[in-house]
Design a protein around this ligand. Structure first.
Ligand SMILES: C[S@@+](CC[C@H](N)C(=O)[O-])C[C@H]1O[C@@H](n2cnc3c(N)ncnc32)[C@H](O)[C@@H]1O
Length: 239
């Protein structure tokens, strides 16, 4: 679907003229319409949050399958860098008996995530802070789609000029948040656990090695997206 077709389909006709102008000015259609469909659920978006991506739906889908296979459904989950809340909200919808905490460093993003939780009628605990730091207690699943673009990487103008840089870029070739989380996460994990990450397509090998060094007793899987690119990292400790 072209952007114009998207606007015609999803924007209230009374806002179409204004929407067309915003499109000409370079605003992404999802911000103009104001919400997206994520895994079948409505998620409101504005310029305080990343526009949820298709790959992230895949991350959630694979994670739900691994949770059902290895952990069962009455589990504690933390979503780090929740943004619009799309991951946490979908997990709560699909695994209703899970207890879910979602963290973001951006107060504005958390406002949007809270609105989305209300819209989808799910109870999630939202915490403001730096990744693992606001968490207390132990978790069975820790999931994150952190900022992972290297500051040196050239990205599309429409992304660079509209989406929050705090949601996109990370130091150390984009690996910084994975390193932070993986190095400190052990204290937050139950005996059996799943760590699930979306990753950059050039980061699979470095992250596989880091994960192997830190979790030598766990299954480590780098998995590919529909384009055949490395996109997901799972670290799974089960019986
Ligand atoms: C790539 S976006 C992912 C948003 C959402 N989870 C998704 O998948 O669409 C990364 C998110 O991490 C948040 N973030 C960046 N640095 C953070 C930090 N140090 N602690 C917690 N959240 C952080 C950003 O505000 C942003 O919402």
């Amino acid at each position: 679907m072209t952007d114009i077709e998207y606007l015609k389909k999803y924007l209230d006709p009374s806002r179409l003229e204004e929407g067309m102008k915003q499109l000409e000015q370079g605003l992404p259609v999802q911000y103009i319409v104001g919400d997206v469909n994520f895994y079948g659920y409505p998620i409101k978006v504005n310029r305080s949050v990343l526009i949820p991506r298709f790959e992230t739906e895949e991350l959630v889908d694979r994670t739900i399958r691994y949770v059902k296979q290895y952990l069962g459904e009455s589990i504690r989950i933390a979503d780090l860098g929740t943004g619009s809340g799309c991951i946490a909200i979908t997990l709560k919808k699909e695994l209703p008996s899970a207890d879910i905490v979602a963290v973001d460093i951006s107060k504005e993003a958390l406002d949007v995530a809270r609105q989305n939780a209300r819209l989808n009628q799910v109870a999630i605990t939202f915490l403001e802070g730096d990744m693992l730091k606001p968490l207390t207690g132990k978790f069975d699943l820790i999931i994150s789609n952190p900022p992972y673009i290297s500051k040196e990487e050239k990205i599309m103008d429409i992304v660079y000029y509209n989406e929050p840089h705090q949601a996109l870029f990370a130091p150390h070739q984009g690996l910084y948040y994975y390193e932070q989380i993986l190095t400190h996460v052990k204290n937050y994990l139950n005996q059996h656990f799943i760590l699930a990450f979306e990753i950059g397509y050039q980061q699979g090998e470095s992250l596989r090695q880091l994960a192997k060094a830190l979790f030598p007793y766990a299954d480590i899987q780098v998995e590919q997206d529909l384009h055949g690119k490395d996109r997901f990292l799972f670290i799974i400790k089960h019986d």
